[in-house]
Each structure stands twice: as structure tokens, then as C-alpha cells.
Design a protein around this ligand. Sequence first.
Ligand code: SF4
Length: 575
Amino acid sequence: MKVTRRDLLFWSAGAAAGLIVSPVPWKVLDDTSIWSQNWPWIPQPARGPVDVKQSSCTLCPNGCSVRVRMAAGWPVGISGVATNPISRGALCPLGFGAHQLNWHPQRLRTVRHGLSTSTWDAARAAFAKACSEGPVMVVDGYPGRAASHVLETFAQKHGGQYRVIVGPETRALAPYETMSGVPASALGYDLEHPQTIVSFGAPLLDGWGAPGRFTRLWADRAASSTDPQLRLIQVDPTLSRTAARAWQWIPVKAGSEAALAAGVARVLLEERLVPARGPMPPMTLAEAAAQTGLTTDSIRDLARTIAARTPAVAIANDDNPSIAALNVILGAVGTRGGIVRRSKAAKPYISADAPLPSLRAVLIDSSVPWDFTPQTDAEIFRFAAWDGGPTDGGPRNGAASNASSKPADWLLPAPGFLEELTDVPTAPALPVETYAVAVNLVKSPHQTHSTAGFVNSIDPALPTTETIIHTRCADLFREHSGTLHAQETTPVAKLASAQKLEEQLWKGAVWVGSELAEPHRSANFRCELKEWPTAAASSRSENWLAAWPAPVLPPLAAKLYQDSSLREPPARRNS
Ligand code: SF4
């Protein structure tokens, strides 16, 4: 069963609004406790003192805060942390069951070379030999961490390449990078302030961004109201779960989103409904209507509805340049309630899906989704905590392939859940910077190494993850900006020392650069739109489904996922 991050978020998205008032989640947890006791590999926790620690989930780049219940030093239960201002206590099912993952039967316990078991020394020797014979590529699924810095430095120092897996939320921001020169990884959506959001197929209410962020916003500002403070208009060929819950659903022909964006922009400009000016789309309203299957009147109505409640922002499902151009016309770039620049420091990355040069070896970090298989004949060294089984081996995201894909030559056991010290950089699409640290609460029962630790052992001159985290904490303290969110909220400027800041982060606090109520907006983030774009999106909407498949599921997540798939999509409330 291939279960993607979006599948998992279905449950958390649907549950978030009703979590507090509904008994259903607790019933499901109760059922699951009984059901999961029958799994033969679930260990009986030792009797001993019970303790609660706070940390962050590192199973995907959303980095949700977690409260970990420990019995005799072993995690036995996970819950969300309401003081995290982004996720506000929500988790996806994978996070809820993450404590069970370390005991999963598909946990990688030994080094594997082809079909045989091998040793760490043999893997190290083989990788060092490969590095001496030709270029290597390092692939990172969770860029921005201290470990990522180690991997990137290693690749640069050894004449290799550092590539990253770009998630769908960041890919949708790529056209703004083209228009402004600001890296997509530095941009985010200020969803806390618009009055109208036009989603062109982005599944905002069923699996988009950090769990709980938009669903809680929606619950606060829109749910159950016929005239909500926040209007969500969902442009979707089918009645998706988001379309079913949205304030308005615009059914269009599949693949005609760019035509609708052009039609709406034409009306906005012709009728002077927005103050911003821009190039008139060459497509006529009649052509837009023919392509979308809508009438010219309904496109006019849509444009007027959008302009009636501003700030308004359009969110794309892919890297569609016409939807980015519509945001420029709406004045939603670099402004409150629109696309904002959250970081001055972020740099552009090269996607692992871009065509590959000739390589001697590829080193894949354990953060890379299991279904990523590089299209190369190079020797592949793959770190993973769990063996997710065979993949289809095809290129992701429609990337062109000029070489065969093959499974990893080396499978190297990585630390499991909460078995590794790592930091947690800003999640994709957030409008503010955040930083947290996930400490190694648990010792791995097997001999594991992180990818960063592995390259540190080959090149001891590289900095370690731990020293980089210390430096980052010291830098945050020196800047004296932002706030620490723990049981209490403390401005960094009020902390006595960098050590105090680091202690708090070690205990699970989250640093937030500026409040969501007032995200950082850089005056130098502007998009130049000289002519209406003619290029089509290069990534298609199925990317949402292809993103971040979990290699294995803990029983709790499997049960929650199973139950969530039993839910029928709601009927249109205003149909
Ligand atoms: S969304 Fe990602 S970080 Fe959050 S709980 Fe799920 S797996 Fe963990």
C-alpha cells in the first residue's frame, strides 16, 4: 500500500476542526490501542518511571512539535503541542504513531550490499573509493538542517553535486523566483491575513502544508458561516474534499487553470477592479470561457467576487506562471495577505529531479522519500531507517530520464524516530522563519549512522551537526530577534545568554522569527511582469499525490488512515 503524506494529511486535516469537540478521535485511539496490541512485533514497554519530553517530529519537513510520553526511557505515546504557533497541536497520523516505527519489522538493522549483509567498514571503504574515482551527488530530502550543511559542504569539497527534493509547496513558488530572483525556498504564504483565497487545485483543506495550519485558520475564520471572514474559492475539475468544504467551488475543465487565471486577470484590468497594473493577457474572455468550460459571465463574476474582498491571493497546485501573474495583478506579491519573503538568507537549490550529469556515486540521505530513485547508472548508497520495499523506479515529477533507474547498491541503516540529534528549520510555505531542535531521546538498538555522521567519518575536517547547531543557536541569540514558544512565550531579547536559548530549544521550545500576525515582508521582494506568461506549468497536480510517500506505516497510522478512507467526502454545503 503506497500511502503518501497527502493521504496521511487527509485525516489530520479533516480532524483538526472537530478535534476538540468530537469524541471520535479518542474512540479511534481506543480502538487502535486494542487492535495494535495484536501486532506481534510491538514490544511490551518495560515498567519504569513515566516521563514526558517535548521535541519535534522529523519524519517530514513540516517539523511539527510533539510531546513524547516515555516509559522507562522508551517512547510509548505521541501527542501534539498546542503552544507551537504553526501546527497548534495538530499532527498527521504518521506523527501520532511515530513511536511505534522504531520497532517496525522492516526496520533496517544491518548494512546491506546487493542481496548480502555487509559492514560499515566495507561501506565506508566503497564510498571513499567512489569519491576518489569520480564525481558524487548527495541528495537531501530535508534541506536547511545542520546535517544538510555538512552534506552540502562535503559535496562541494569533493567536486560533487548537492541536490534536494523540492516539495510541492515550494515548487508552486518557483515562478516568483523566476520573476524576482528571490529563491522559492525563501518565500511563503501569509495565509493569516487574506480575506479571499483562490486555490487553483491546491488541497488546502486536505493535505497542504503543516497539519493544522490552514484547517485551524479555516475553523476560526470561516467554518459554518455563509458569509465568512475568509472566503475560500476552490477551482477544481472535481468535487475534492477541499472543494466540498470551500465557500465556493468553481468546476473547470482539467488543465484549464492557466486560462481561467488569464480570464480573471483580463476582467480585473479591463474593469479597473484592482489598483495594480500589468500586461493584459492576450487570451480573450471568450477564449478563456471556451477552454475552462465556464461562461464569460461566470468568469466576470469570479473576478468581481475576488476584488470585492481584499487582500486576495491565488494559490497554485503547481508551478503555473499564469497563476503567479494573476497574483502580481492582484497586488498579492510582497504584501500582507499574499506571497511574502520570510528569509533574506535562503539560497536557491538544484532539484534532484533535474537532469543528472555523469556520476560515479550517489549518496541519498534518509530524509529523501523512499520512492526517489535517481535515473543514473552510478553506484547508489542509500541511508534509510526502514526498508520501504521495491519502488517503481520511474522518474518523479515528470522529470526526463536518459538513464535507467536501479535500486540502491548499498542500504545503510539510519537512526530511527528520535534517535538522532538534528535541528528543524522552517517548514515549506510558512511566512515566518522558525527553528527548533530535536534531541536524540532514544538510543538506537542497532548500529546506525546518519548520512552526515558517515561523511564526517570519511572527512573529519568537516564540521559536525552538533557544532553547527551550537553556532546557529549562538547566531539567533546574537540577533536578539524573534520569540521562543514553550509553555511561556519569551522574546529572545529577554534571554540572559545563548546557552539559555539553546537549553530551551533542547527542551522542545520553538523559535519564531516574527509573529504570524506580522510576518516579515522585505521591501526588496518585487516581481517584474513585463508580459503575460505563455509557458505552461512544468509540474502537474499529481505531484501532490506523489510527494513524500511513507516507507512504512506504524499500526496507529495504518488504523487512522484506514478509518479516514472510510469517511465520505462531505456534500457541498451550499449546493
Ligand atoms: S506532518 Fe510531518 S512532521 Fe508533522 S507529524 Fe506528520 S510526519 Fe511528522
